[in-house]
Design a protein around this ligand. Structure first.
Ligand SMILES: [Fe+2]
Length: 144
């Protein structure tokens, strides 16, 4: 699969993970509501900003962003299951970030091998953000 195709799939998985974090930001409850509400806002704002940056990178590589992908069937991130306990929400966030990190690492390596320097750089920056977010989310889990 080409780097462009992998980037296309990463853009869609990133968007699904963004959507989950934004939904969970609204729905989280409990005595630590403000902490988790803010943390999930940080996650969704970061993923949303990467939707734009990754998509513009794809355009600079000569490809259009595909709006026809079936998000349920062609994304690695699982559909949202409406689970709303704090534990489910934080574990979902951690898992989604893990999936994005795995896909981002694969794309980073391939971009380096194929000499796509700009893509390698932007995905490297993306991975820095993802790893920091995952560290923050995992630090809130009792059993990460
Ligand atoms: Fe909000």
């Amino acid at each position: 699969m080409s780097c462009q195709k992998k980037l296309q799939y990463l853009i869609h998985d990133n968007f699904i993970a963004y959507h989950h974090a934004h939904i969970d930001h609204f729905n989280v409850t409990g005595p630590h509501f403000n902490d988790y509400h803010s943390l999930l806002q940080e996650v969704y704002e970061s993923l949303y900003s990467w939707f734009d940056k990754l998509s513009e990178q794809l355009r600079t590589m000569g490809e259009f962003v595909d709006g026809t992908i079936d998000l349920d069937k062609q994304c690695l991130i699982e559909p949202h299951d409406n689970g709303r306990t704090t534990s489910i929400i934080l574990n979902r966030s951690s898992y989604n970030l893990e999936v994005l990190i795995k896909c981002g690492n694969a794309l980073y390596k391939e971009a380096g091998k194929e000499g796509h320097g700009a893509l390698e750089t932007i995905v490297g920056d993306y991975l820095v953000d993802l790893n920091k977010l995952k560290w923050k989310v995992d630090s809130c889990l009792t059993n990460p």
